[in-house]
Ligand binder design. Structure first.
Ligand SMILES: [Mn+2]
Length: 374
């Protein structure tokens, strides 16, 4: 048996005001190619199908078309759960009858989890849950933390599982020691959202969502697939991928990464304005965070870069390094009055000094401002 493991699709995600929907459509199509090429027997989506609990209709229709293609046209079972970004109730809609086509969509955590029973494996869908919900479901006041909650759930599973079969858990959690990125929403303040790896003892494969780095943890049986796209610049070094998980009978035999190549990459670049606009970077259509290395003042740098790089998402200036030379200059600057300082700035920007008339005008303005301040 061969399964494809993905998670954290975040359909409808907007990064720095830019919708990622077309990139998401493209990458889902790439995943479809992998599904066909690898001839997988099923698809795991470990939560965060959408980016928000009330996703835009364009995201709903993209998920609808994708699931229809995978499940109905390609006739593949889908094992999906809700993540912390999804609405458990909304994702749960239809789950009872979707099962008829082997679309297993667990939106809400139930009191007792029923396994999806295959010939040589059992798959347990554990949707994202807060400790309070598990405390209530299990009527156990001892359940206080995410750790307690997951331990209680997996303990219950172990008490009923068929140990002659491969045991697969699909979950959405922050495993202790995992490396976060900037695009996950914190589950709680501090480190109380962590679940230790021992909660998953005994499972042959744990397919997780939540952390977006594909190597957020290193463990022989617990894996994050990572998000299929980079959703923050903290992920710019990631090679995004899906995992192909193979079993021979009830034994896990291979966990392999298949890289995903996006339509537009997300990366960080640096250089001077002059450099960047004369020696064009490769793939100028990519989503870029640009760090300008110019020292002096710049007029409308973003306006000058946009014609070459239409998808700049972030622009920053190199921080001035404090040197003794700068400190001397700072002392010198402190001695100057407002007009002298403004004149220096004006000259820097315009390349010419203030005229007598402009000096008089600025003096009047400074006086007025000072009057108002007093
Ligand atoms: Mn996520």
């Amino acid at each position: 048996m061969k399964l494809l493991h993905t998670a954290d699709l975040h359909l409808g995600k907007i990064v720095s005001g830019v919708s990622m929907l077309e990139d998401q459509r493209y990458i889902l199509n790439e995943i479809t190619k992998i599904i066909k090429h690898e001839e997988v027997d099923g698809i795991i989506i470990a939560g965060d199908l959408y980016d928000r609990s009330v996703p835009p209709t364009s995201a709903v229709s993209l998920l609808n078309d994708t699931l229809f293609h995978w499940n109905v046209e390609l006739k593949l079972p889908i094992y999906a759960i809700s993540g912390n970004h999804d609405s458990a109730e909304r994702l749960n809609f239809g789950s009872a009858w979707y099962k008829n086509t082997q679309l297993f969509m667990a939106g809400k955590l139930m009191k007792t989890i029923e396994p999806i029973s295959l010939a040589e494996a059992e798959i347990w869908l554990v949707p994202y849950h807060e400790p309070a919900l598990v405390r209530e479901l299990m009527q156990d006041d001892e359940i206080r933390s995410y750790e307690d909650a997951m331990q209680a759930i997996t303990k219950q599973i172990r008490s009923v599982w068929d140990s002659s079969k491969a045991q697969i858990l699909v979950g959405h959690a922050f495993v202790a020691g995992g490396i976060p990125s900037d695009s996950e929403r914190q589950l709680s303040v501090g480190n109380v959202d962590r679940v230790s790896t021992t909660a998953f003892d005994g499972f042959d494969y744990v397919a997780l969502g939540h952390l977006h780095h594909p190597h957020a943890i290193s463990h022989p049986t617990i894996y994050y697939s990572g998000s299929p796209l980079k959703y923050s610049f903290s992920e710019s070094q990631d090679q995004k991928s899906v995992r192909i998980v193979s079993f021979s009978g009830n034994k896990l035999t291979e966990v392999r990464e298949v890289p995903l190549i996006p339509q537009k990459d997300m990366r960080m670049e640096s250089g001077t304005l002059q450099d960047l606009t004369t020696n064009l970077l490769d793939h100028p259509e990519d989503y870029l965070a640009i760090r300008l290395e110019d020292k002096g003042a710049l007029i409308d740098p973003i306006g000058k870069l946009r014609p070459f790089y239409p998808n700049i998402l972030h622009l920053e200036r190199k921080k001035l390094e404090i040197t003794t030379q700068n400190e001397d200059r700072f002392e010198e600057l402190m001695k100057k009055d407002d007009i002298e300082l403004f004149d220096q700035f004006f000259e820097h920007v315009r390349g010419e000094s203030l005229t007598k008339k402009q000096v008089d005008l600025m003096t009047a303005i400074f006086n007025e401002v000072r009057k108002e301040e007093n």
